[in-house]
Design a protein around this ligand. Sequence first.
Ligand SMILES: [Fe+2]
Length: 389
Amino acid sequence: MAGIEPIGIVRLEALHYYVHDLARSRRFYADKLDFAETARSSAQLTRDGRQRSAVFEAGQVRVVCSEPVGEGGRAWRWLRKHPDGVGSLVFEVEDAERAFALLEARGGTPITDLQRFCDPGGELRTFQITTPFGDTTFRFVERRGYRGLYPGVELLPAAAGGRNRHGFAAFDHLTSNFQTMKPALLWMEQVLGFEEFWEVEFHTQQAAGEARRAAMQAHGSGLRSRVMRDPRSGVKFANNEPWRPAFKASQINVFNEELRGDGVQHAALLVPDILASVEGLRAQGVEFMPTPPSYYEMLPARLQQIGVGGIEEELGRLQELQILVDGAAPGSYLLQIFLRESSGLYREPEAGPFFYEIIQRKGDQGFGAGNFRALFESIEREQLKGRGP
Ligand SMILES: [Fe+2]
């Protein structure tokens, strides 16, 4: 199936996130992450769609959050089945009519016909399809001079959403979890026209005695990943499924149980200076997944072993901010960190298991797979320390 015609994706434009509490999302995006709130649903759209929406933007990152108003709307229907989560991905396309025709011819499942909306500037064309990402739908949007963001959405005065204190520039990749990944991979290849980009299979059993195996089961590190990429736009989707023998304890399986289905696990946001970003975010009280001290004890040797060698950043600084490093070639690496998942940030299971990653690339085009192993081994080392000699 390689080389089928791309559907003309320009970029991943937005995540549409369904939430119980829009005011809480506003505090998170606007106050902590310094996103600009650029638009809100009009009174009529709120009434007709039975949901209240707000649009938050930083650089080219856009997140639309919707909370139910009464019953029966899309956010209400999502939240009846799932905790807060990504209910829709929005893609800008070159030509919505062509994208619709290609998708339908290849077995895509449109929810709507191509819809056209006009404003004084021009036209917006859009349609939505179902996907194998659980209940998450994909929306495709083409703007021909259309001035607004979306139909029924009113721009706020602070609409220049590009600049933000923490340097968020764009979506780097999106990662989704499946109980069975293969149908989604085939769909991305045969319907969307994506191609396989990179792969990793990791669990520590190969390297392992019984103690390690038991620890691995306790920490749920078994997973299998495939990355699919749109050849035209470079939009990248990482995809995971749980892997035996720790299938049930796998973080992927745990995620799926918490989301109550397949779906988007995390979105990685690209920044030019991750040290400055994380320092600023920590000052705002944003919480990140903790990294054990032994990760940094092992880091210089690991960087040699994986062929990266030296890095520009000071080790002490990385440890202080708990930033992770991975790579595969001399001087070519990435720096990354993960925010706590929403349910952890808010101490509330119904806030859902989705989380953000922040990533800075210095030549490496991977996704930090080496950090799965390094983190796992650090946790093991910490446990051994705890046990004493
Ligand atoms: Fe990632």
